[in-house]
Design a protein around this ligand. Structure first.
Ligand SMILES: [Zn+2]
Ligand SMILES: [Zn+2]
Length: 349
């Protein structure tokens, strides 16, 4: 048992090994979780494809994965908030809890922030994982661990809508048809937006976006951002007030700026290219603000309530499931984009 902790470990780009690591024991305030499900995220794909996350390089073997849920299998000293057998979703972002950002509640902005599965913080694509009890959110009976794992990108979608100021009656453009973009459509609708449109390049994914409630989907083939903006403005019958950009790709960010109404904002939730060129005079002269999104802060309780109440249905987004032993195949499938959320089942049974 002590060595049967199968874990997906990345050595360098596209070099992912399945290997047995020691089953970790929970320390004070921690729990050991038998991980059931882990989703593959755009961030995981980027780390897998490029061996880095922004400026952070994979220099030592790294267990990847951060969208996870499981069952508590052991309690560390002093843990009273959970018990063995509880289903939990694991929040993967945590700060030092001592700096001024953490004290203000912005733990996602902590200078020492850690995100599971990014260099050099051990990730959760493994059978057994140890995590702070305070970062484990107990799931109600009617929420599965598959949905618990899907709650991580939902928290980013919720945080994006909060950063963007989506509210009753908002007209929201979402750019990018990946899981984050589609969940942003769901979060915007749940926040009261009356008109939510989404752009993308993959009809398979746009069909799912339509199914979960997008008012319209736009399959944009043009690479010209002004042309894309015109298509969007046409579809909305005017410029949308808020654009939430989930791809991080330069031409899409440019299209978002051109499409957004004067005095409103473009919120960037997809971080990909380190440096992009943007039409700053256009944005500045029209007072279009550009806002960033750093994962999430305090959005797990909201995500859990939204899923448990049925306000958001994440199930249509889960399109592919692989066993942990098939992690390489799962990453290759995620790369094709002929999928929505690709998930790994980490438990044996
Ligand atoms: Zn993620
Ligand atoms: Zn801090």
């Amino acid at each position: 048992m002590a060595n049967e902790n199968l874990t997906a470990v990345l050595y360098k780009k596209k070099d992912l090994h399945l290997e047995n690591t020691v089953i970790p024991e929970p320390g004070k305030g921690q729990v050991q979780v038998s991980i059931q499900h882990v989703g593959i995220c755009g961030t995981d794909l980027q780390i897998y494809e490029h061996g880095c996350f922004g400026d952070l390089e994979v220099k030592e073997p790294l267990a990847i994965g951060h969208e996870s849920a499981g069952v508590v299998s052991k309690l560390g000293e002093g843990v009273t908030s959970l018990k063995v057998g509880d289903k939990v979703a694991l929040e993967s972002v945590f700060g030092c809890m001592a700096c001024s950002d953490c004290k203000k509640g912005n733990y996602n902005l902590c200078e020492d922030v850690k995100i599971c599965g990014t260099p050099s913080t051990w990730g959760s694509m493994t059978r057994y994982f140890v995590h702070n009890a305070a970062d484990c959110y107990k799931l109600p009976d009617n929420v599965s661990t598959e949905e618990g794992a899907l709650m991580e990108p939902l928290t980013v979608a919720i945080h994006s809508c909060r950063r963007a100021g989506v509210c009753l009656g908002s007209k929201v453009l979402v750019l990018g048809d990946g899981p984050l973009g589609v969940m942003t459509v769901q979060a915007a609708k749940a926040s009261g937006a009356t008109q939510v449109g989404i752009t993308g390049k993959h009809q398979y994914r746009l069909n799912i976006a339509k199914k979960i409630g997008a008012d319209f989907v736009l399959n944009v083939t043009s690479k010209d951002p002004k042309e894309v903006a015109m298509i969007v403005i046409d579809a909305f019958g005017g410029k949308p007030e808020i654009s939430i950009e989930s791809t991080g790709v330069q031409s899409s960010i440019q299209a978002a700026i051109f499409a957004t109404h004067n005095g409103e904002n473009v919120t960037i939730s997809g971080l990909r290219e380190n440096n992009v060129s943007i039409p700053i005079v256009n944005a500045g002269f029209r007072e279009v603000d550009i806002r960033g999104v750093a994962a999430n802060a305090h959005c797990y309780p909201i995500a859990r309530a939204m899923v448990a109440s049925g306000q958001v249905n994440l199930k249509p987004l889960l399109t592919h499931m692989f066993a942990l032993e098939q992690a390489n195949e799962a990453f290759k499938t995620a790369e094709t984009k002929e999928c929505m959320k690709v998930m790994i089942k980490c438990s044996k049974d």
